[in-house]
Design a protein around this ligand. Structure first.
Ligand code: ADP
Length: 255
């Protein structure tokens, strides 16, 4: 399987397997994919935690429909339940709509609080990384040593070039890239049913092949995915075609 030995090896050293979900740039659907992967993994019977480490643009409280403020148990923050997953986001700790304008040390300590929350018996922690390859990403990778990274990209050239940088960063930090997911691949018109490719097609799969990274699959650009995300009901938690799609991605990730 994709995750096989490397994850097993790392998991022995850690309490739980940490999987970082990264992207080269923002807006490619990294948070949407993280949330739905987490939910799909939980539906496969895994005990899953979701950390929103996208500290400057935390969107998990909205996507997962869990905006409440978490409680403290001693020094630890207690993750909140959402769609069968336990989750924490910086967005649950600050006032909604306020900007996070912290300097490095503040950001690092906020991230520590999330990563070292009371994750109990969670087996897998899905970490929604900030986009790009900056300081926060490096600190996170160094300090918590993810067992693997999943890269999300659109099929578009610029997004792919940025994705390559993210892949390079993980490799330099000794984190194996265990999967590539192409998002916003093919737009199915809700009126006529015809498929078009606003961001091109097939680019991520080809790039993954060249880089020797397992291609986990593609997710179409669909109005229903956007509206479900905005409503706090990730499609992976439903019964439709999209739930089946995210289930297959999750299966490939852990097989
Ligand atoms: P990122 O985390 O990479 O910045 P998001 O997950 O926040 O990206 O997605 C950006 C926007 O695109 C959101 O409004 C989200 O609902 C939407 N979106 C993401 N993936 C899809 C998709 N496959 N189909 C339709 N809309 C999508």
């Amino acid at each position: 399987g994709i995750a096989d030995t490397r994850i097993a090896m790392t998991a022995e050293r850690l309490e739980r397997t940490i999987v970082a979900v990264g992207s080269g740039k923002g807006g490619v659907g990294k948070s949407t994919v993280s949330a739905n992967l987490a939910v799909a993994l939980a539906r496969l019977g895994k005990r899953v935690g979701l950390v929103d480490a996208d500290i400057y643009g935390p969107s998990q409280p909205r996507i997962m429909g869990q905006p409440n403020r978490p409680e403290l148990a001693g020094e630890q923050i207690v993750p909140l339940p959402a769609h069968g997953v336990r989750m924490l986001s910086i967005g649950q700790l600050i006032e909604p709509g306020t900007a996070v304008a912290w300097r490095g040390p503040m950001t690092a300590s906020a991230l520590s609080n999330l990563m070292e929350g009371d994750w109990g018996d969670c087996e897998i922690l899905i970490v929604d990384m900030p986009p790009g390859t900056g300081d926060v990403q490096m600190t996170l990778t160094q300090k918590w040593k993810p067992a693997g990274a999943v890269i999300v990209s659109t099929p578009q050239d610029v997004a792919l070039i940025d994705a390559t940088r993210a892949i390079d960063m993980f490799r330099k930090m000794d984190v194996p890239v265990i999967g590539f997911i192409e998002n916003m691949a093919g737009y199915v018109c809700p009126h006529c049913g015809e498929t078009s490719d606003p961001f091109g097609s097939g680019g991520a799969e080809a790039a993954a092949g060249v880089m020797g990274i397992p291609f986990l699959g593609r997710i179409p650009l669909r109005l229903s995915i956007r509206t479900a995300s905005d409503a706090g009901t990730p499609p992976a938690a439903g019964q439709g075609e999209e739930a089946a799609l995210f289930k297959r991605l999750a299966e490939r990730l852990v097989e």
